[in-house]
Design a protein around this ligand. Structure first.
Ligand code: GDP
Ligand code: MG
Length: 598
């Protein structure tokens, strides 16, 4: 035939017959390992339908396919991230005690923010006063004896759990704030459950003890019902009476934290390369992508290459919670780092690697994995699931676009909102991101009939204008709780109302007349309840339902009336129904609609 047989690549060029690679490999590296030109590999990949450049990486499976073309066998040795990073054993002399990381939780308005503020201001040395300007989601507090406590200031319980869902238990101790004049409330219980689920010890701070109506002893009793038994009653939960206003008991609270930390023997090795966890991340107008990292082990230094979530980078500069630039960050230090390509998620791990190549490869491998996961989760229609898909399609979705100031709030919000709903209605978050509300968001909302939710963010001018024109609803919140309440109500609005029937009256047909131009009228007697004009009606003959319809007329003598009560006789006409007979029983009823609740 005319066409040539496809040429096999030059086998003899292959330098090696077998290779060992990791989860991914750069195309250039693969080429040089096999011993052929990169261009050749790229062509081979193209034939496989994969478009890549020399500087991009392919996964191990693809590398195997390509290598097979050159009769080179590739063995994959999946090294976990930890393997490629710092694997040195700790020497016992390097181990030091590290500061505990504390999260304050509790019901709204019980004084979480006030308590944290009081602790910070009471422990700020003179030189630093006024230096607290940053909100980075975490603070280090140095006590009089020089010991430190790191407080996390994340937006609520859901964020705490969202982080945990990523495998990050950033918190060593939970301070549960309960107002002495209010006692445990829904979010108090929620906080208890979240802490217990995470296995994090709780210290109760009974706040507002300065108030007249304060009943701290009652609070202690009430907490017992939720299985928090005070140490004073033989339990294991320290409970301290405090006031964020007067400062009462704050020293005792700090002491309790101290004691708990000692029991837990929290240690780290500052000589290792750093690892930590992302507390929050955000987009800053001037500085670009910023994330707050809590160093959990090792020491983070300027110049370190790191991988965080699916991003990688090099520490060019970092700042502490007071905005001071840092050269090194030991364990339990929260720091801000800048210069990331994207925003990592709260709870993502942060790890320092030996060099840029390693961290980049790990980040790429994670990105590929995440992509594969998304693809895998896209629903494939099969005969087995087509029924489910069809009935799921009948579900009413409330589409939402969520914009928030920090990743933590964004994740917390979308997680809690998506949990709302039932088999009839559900929340669908079609987009969520960090940053202000833009015209792009409005366009998306308009196209998908979504509501835009802004959490601690505002729409810009253009977005506002477009939203008005396109009648896109923008809802702004600064309290997660309130947003959840509103969305719950909106969902309930989408639910089909519950329809209940109420029998109103029974009438017996005495005789039937046919009146020209009017139709069939039944002379009846109301035997039970009453009949109302325009109400729906059923016709029974010998106790069998034979017709369902609507009243056409209700008359007493020649007059049309609104209602007729028991014992009276009246004329009844039924819309488009003529087949009435004496002794038929008519039943009048009403449909009563009530709004459904989730
Ligand atoms: P959060 O919602 O838990 O962060 O609570 P906030 O710290 O914002 O406090 C809610 C309200 O309670 C504010 O009006 C505070 O001034 C008040 N508050 C907080 N702590 C105390 C306290 O110890 N004593 C009194 N009397 N009021 C307090
Ligand atoms: Mg607050």
């Amino acid at each position: 035939p005319k066409y040539k047989k496809e040429k096999k690549p030059h086998l003899f060029n292959a330098r090696k017959k077998d290779l060992v690679i990791g989860e991914t490999i750069f195309v250039g590296e693969l080429a040089s390992l096999i011993g052929i030109k990169a261009g050749q590999i790229i062509k081979t990949l193209m034939n496989l339908g994969i478009m890549v450049t020399v500087n991009e990486s392919v996964d191990a499976e693809t590398a195997q396919l390509v290598a097979a073309e050159y009769e080179v066998e590739v063995r994959v040795e999946i090294k976990s991230v930890e393997d490629t990073l710092d694997i040195a054993e700790d020497k016992s002399e390097d181990i030091v005690v590290k500061a505990p990381v504390v999260t304050i939780m509790g019901h709204v308005d019980h004084g979480k923010t006030s308590l944290l503020d009081k602790i910070r201001s009471a422990n700020v040395t003179d030189g630093e006063a006024g230096g607290i300007t940053q909100h980075i989601g975490a603070y280090n507090v140095v006590l009089e004896d020089g010991s430190k406590i790191c407080f996390l200031d994340t937006p609520g319980h859901e964020a705490f759990t969202a982080m945990r869902a990523r495998g990050a238990n950033a918190t060593d101790i939970v301070i549960l704030v309960v107002a002495a004049d209010d006692g445990p409330r829904p979010q108090t219980i929620e906080a208890i459950n979240h802490s217990k689920a995470a296995g994090v010890p709780i210290i109760v701070a009974i706040n507002k003890c300065d108030k007249d109506g304060a009943t701290p002893d009652k609070v202690v009793q009430q907490l017992m019902e939720h299985e928090l038994i005070s140490e004073d009653f033989g339990g294991d939960i320290p409970m301290v009476q405090v006031s964020a206003h007067s400062g009462l008991g704050i020293d005792k609270l700090l002491e309790a934290i101290h004691l708990q930390a000692e029991i837990m023997e929290l240690t780290a090795n500052p000589t290792r390369t750093a690892e930590g966890v992302v507390i929050e991340s955000r987009l800053d107008k001037g500085r670009g992508n910023i994330c707050t990292v809590l160093v959990q082990n090792g020491t983070l230094k300027i110049g370190d290459c790191y991988v965080v979530g699916q991003e990688f980078g090099r520490v060019r500069a970092m700042w502490d919670d007071k905005g001071n630039s840092l050269k090194v960050a030991p364990p339990s230090t929260p720091v801000e780092v800048v210069g990331l390509n994207g925003l990592p998620f709260a709870g993502d791990t942060f790890q320092v690697g030996v060099d840029e190549k390693t961290v980049r490869q790990i980040a790429e491998a994670r990105t590929n994995k995440a992509k594969a996961k998304v693809q895998a989760s896209e629903v494939v229609v099969t005969l087995e699931n087509i029924f489910e898909i069809a009935s799921a399609a009948e579900k009413t979705n409330l589409n939402l676009i969520i914009k928030a100031d920090v990743v933590g709030s964004m994740e917390a919000l979308s997680a809690s909102l998506q949990k709302l709903g039932n088999d009839e209605v559900s929340v669908k978050v079609i987009h969520s991101a960090v940053g202000g509300i833009t015209q792009t968001d409005i366009a998306l909302a308009h196209a998908s009939q979504a509501i835009v939710i802004g959490f601690n963010v505002r729409p810009d001018g253009q977005a506002k204008k477009n939203a008005k024109n396109d009648q896109v609803d923008i809802k702004l919140y600064s309290i997660i709780y309130e947003c959840i309440e509103d969305v719950t109500q909106a969902l309930e609005g989408l639910l089909q109302p519950i329809v209940r029937e109420e029998i109103q009256g029974k009438a017996e047909v005495l005789e039937v007349f046919t009146i020209p131009k009017v139709g069939v009228i039944a002379g009846t007697k109301i035997v039970e309840g009453k009949f109302m004009r325009d109400s729906p009606v059923r016709v029974f003959r010998d106790d069998v339902l034979i017709y369902e319809g609507q009243l056409a007329s209700l008359q007493r003598f020649k007059d049309s009336v609104k209602e007729v009560a028991t014992g009276f006789e009246c004329g009844i006409g039924i819309q488009s129904y003529k087949d009435l007979k004496a002794k038929d029983i008519l039943e009048s009823y009403q449909r009563i609609e009530t709004a459904a609740k989730l």
